[in-house]
Design a protein around this ligand. Sequence first.
Ligand code: G6P
Ligand code: MG
Length: 225
Amino acid sequence: MWTKACIFDLDGVIVDTARYHYLAWKRLTDDLGIIFTPEENERLKGVSRMASLEIILELGGKIHSVSEKKEMAALKNKWYLEYISTMTPKDILPGTLELVNELKFNKIKIALGSASRNTPLLLERLEIADMFDAVADGNSVNKTKPDPEVFLKAAGMLGVEKARCAVFEDASAGVEAALKAGMICIGIGDRSVLKDAHMVIAGLYEMDLNKLVVLEKSLGYEKLV
Ligand code: G6P
Ligand code: MG
């Protein structure tokens, strides 16, 4: 088959931490008197901590110093860490392990591509650090999604040609990043939000190897193999 590697986003794909990011930002915006809705939160998905803060502060329309911003980001992260502190392997989203096992059985490499600097902590809590052949995260890249850096870095670490990677993403910025990297992109969530993805599913439990092969064919990749 065409695909040689699958790259998974973490928050909102493997684990439902997207809601904890939202709750932690909401706490900060409530404190600052900024109106922050779930719709606006969509813009923060897949976006790094500091870039997310900039988007939020823009909503408030006030200027803040660098040290104030650092303090706000640290506070948000403190709350976020409190929310995720009780997470265990039971919090791995349905279908994740089954899909990864099927892909591995078929010699497809597995990587993580996340903007989160809390990636190592979460992988440890979920006990899946060993599951990945490569991990590219917010600690190893400079540019945030929609820049393709994190996915290109993962492909490079795996030694797989970028066009032969398929990405699983729940964020519109992540879908954009995957497409910019020239990769196949499977959106997780709402078709209206992830409209540019090659295919959209509700969760990894809806995916299997056969569906990936069908998708490759529909995109015309089979002719290239
Ligand atoms: C993920 C989430 C974003 C989050 C980013 C940075 O991409 O989707 O909402 O802002 O990671 O996370 P961090 O854990 O480093 O604050
Ligand atoms: Mg995500």
